[in-house]
Ligand binder design. Structure first.
Ligand code: ATP
Length: 362
C-alpha cells in the first residue's frame, strides 16, 4: 500500500518535530527513515500509526485520506525496539493475540499463527514462554505477531537496537527476506546508516525534522545533496577549497585546494568558497608522487589500523587530516605510522559543495 505525506508538520510547543514532510512511499517498498537522535523519525512513524495527529498536512494510505482515522482502524503491524511481547503468555498466544482480538474462528487462528511462526522459524517453540528466550527470539515473536494480522503496512522502530552486533546482521537480512516474501510496504526507523543501507529500497535521511534527501542507498552514498547527508551516510573527508574560475561553455571549473588545482564539471555556474567531499575508500596511498593517478597530496601517516581485509589510515596531510581506507592484498605491506606518503586524490567520485556545504555543485 502506498503511503503519501502531503506537507505534514508536527509541533511540540514552538518546536517543529516534523517540518513539512512531502513525499510518497511506494507500494511494496522497504523504506527507511534514517537520522540522528531527535531528528523526528519516531514522530513521523507515530503519525503514520495514528498515535499522533499532525498539526498540518495530509496523510494518505493509497487513495484514502487518513487524517481522522483512529489508530485501531489502520491496518498496521508494528515492531518496536523493546519487543513489547507479553511474558506471561506462550509464544503461540502472543502471536495469536491480534487474531483473537479480531474474533477469528479458532481453526483459522491455529493455521495463521503456525504459518507466521514457521516464517520466523519458531514453530518448534510455540508452547514455550518467551520470558526465558533470547533477544533475537523475542524479536522474532514480535515480528510474527506483527505480520500474522496480514497488515497493509509494517512499521518498525529500531527493532534491532537491543541485539548484539552479529545477531543484528542476521536479523536484518531475515527481516528483509520476510518483507520481500510478503511484499509488504515497510517503514523502518533506524539511526544506523549501515543497517539502513543494507535493508532499504530507499532511504529518507532526516535532520532537524526535515527530510534532507530521499533515494536508493547507492545514490545517496554516491551523490549526497549536502554536507549533512555526506557526513551521516558513510564517512567523508571534507577539504576546503575555492572555485577560482568557471567556464559556462563547458561547465568546467577550476578548483584550488591548497597549493593544488584541479578541474571539475559543475552542474551550475559557481565561483567562490567550496568544500570537496571524498570517501576514504576513494583515496590511495603511495610512497612516491604519481600525478597521473590523481593529485599527489603529501602527508604523514599518523595512525594505521588493521581491519582484517582492509587498512584504515589517518594521514596528516598538507590539506588537513584525511582518512584513507585501502583493501589489503596479500603481498603488500601496510604503511607504518610516521611514514611520509602521498594521498592520491581523484575527483571522479568526489562531490563538491558550496562553502557552507548546503548544496552539491557537481
Ligand atoms: P530517537 O532516535 O532518539 O528516538 P527520533 O529521531 O525518533 O529520535 P523523535 O522522537 O521523533 O526523534 O523526536 C523529535 C523531536 O521532537 C525531538 O526534539 C523530541 O525531543 C521532540 N519530541 C518527541 N516527542 C515529544 C513529546 N511527546 N513531547 C515533546 N517533545 C517531543
Amino acid at each position: 500500500m502506498k503511503v503519501a505525506f502531503g506537507g505534514i508538520s508536527k509541533y511540540f510547543g514552538q518546536a517543529a518535530a516534523i517540518g513539512g514532510a512531502d513525499f510518497t512511499i511506494e507500494d511494496g517498498e522497504f523504506f527507511t527513515l534514517l537520522g540522528p537522535s531527535g531528528c523526528g523519525k519516531t514522530t513521523l512513524l507515530r503519525i503514520i500509526a495514528g498515535f499522533y495527529r499532525q498539526d498540518r498536512g495530509d496523510l494518505y494510505f493509497g487513495p484514502r485520506l487518513m487524517n481522522d482515522v483512529p489508530a485501531h482502524q489502520r491496518n498496521i503491524g508494528m515492531v518496536f525496539q523493546n519487543y513489547a511481547i507479553f511474558p506471561h503468555l506462550s509464544v503461540f498466544d502472543n502471536v495469536a493475540y491480534g487474531l483473537r482480538a479480531r474474533k477469528l474462528p479458532k481453526p483459522q487462528i491455529e493455521r495463521k499463527v503456525s504459518e507466521a511462526l514457521e516464517m520466523v522459524e519458531l514453530e518448534h517453540l510455540r508452547s514455550r514462554s518467551p520470558a526465558d528466550m533470547s533477544g533475537g527470539q523475542q524479536q522474532r515473536i514480535a515480528l510474527a505477531r506483527a505480520v500474522v494480522i496480514e497488515p497493509e503496512l509494517l512499521l518498525m522502530d529500531e527493532p534491532l537496537s537491543n541485539l548484539d552486533a552479529k545477531l543484528r546482521i542476521k536479523m536484518r537480512s531475515d527481516i528483509r527476506a520476510l518483507q520481500q516474501r510478503l511484499n509488504i510496504t515497510t517503514i523502518y526507523v533506524t539511526h544506523d546508516q549501515e543497517e539502513a543501507m543494507a535493508v532499504s529500497d530507499r532511504i529518507a535521511v532526516m535532520n532537524g525534522g526535515v527530510v534532507q534527501q530521499i533515494g536508493a542507498p547507492r545514490d545517496i552514498y554516491r551523490k549526497p545533496v549536502n554536507r549533512t547527508v555526506a557526513s551521516f551516510i558513510g564517512t567523508s573527508n571534507f577539504v576546503e577549497g575555492t572555485v577560482t574560475a568557471y567556464e559556462p561553455a563547458t561547465g568546467s571549473a577550476v578548483v584550488g585546494l591548497g597549493a593544488h588545482t584541479l578541474r571539475m564539471k559543475l552542474a551550475r555556474a559557481y565561483e567562490g568558497e567550496a568544500l570537496l567531499s571524498v570517501r576514504p575508500e576513494q583515496l590511495r596511498l603511495t610512497g612516491s608522487a604519481r600525478p597521473e593517478r590523481g593529485l599527489p597530496i603529501s602527508g604523514v601517516v599518523t595512525r594505521a589500523t588493521f581491519l582484517g581485509g582492509k587498512m584504515h589510515y589517518e594521514v596528516n596531510s598538507e590539506l588537513g587530516p584525511l582518512e584513507v581506507e585501502e583493501q589489503m592484498s596479500e603481498p603488500s605491506e601496510p604503511y607504518r605510522e610516521g611514514r611520509n606518503v602521498f594521498v592520491e586524490l581523484r575527483t571522479e567520485h568526489a562531490v563538491l559543495f558550496d562553502g557552507r556545504g548546503e548544496e552539491a555543485l557537481n
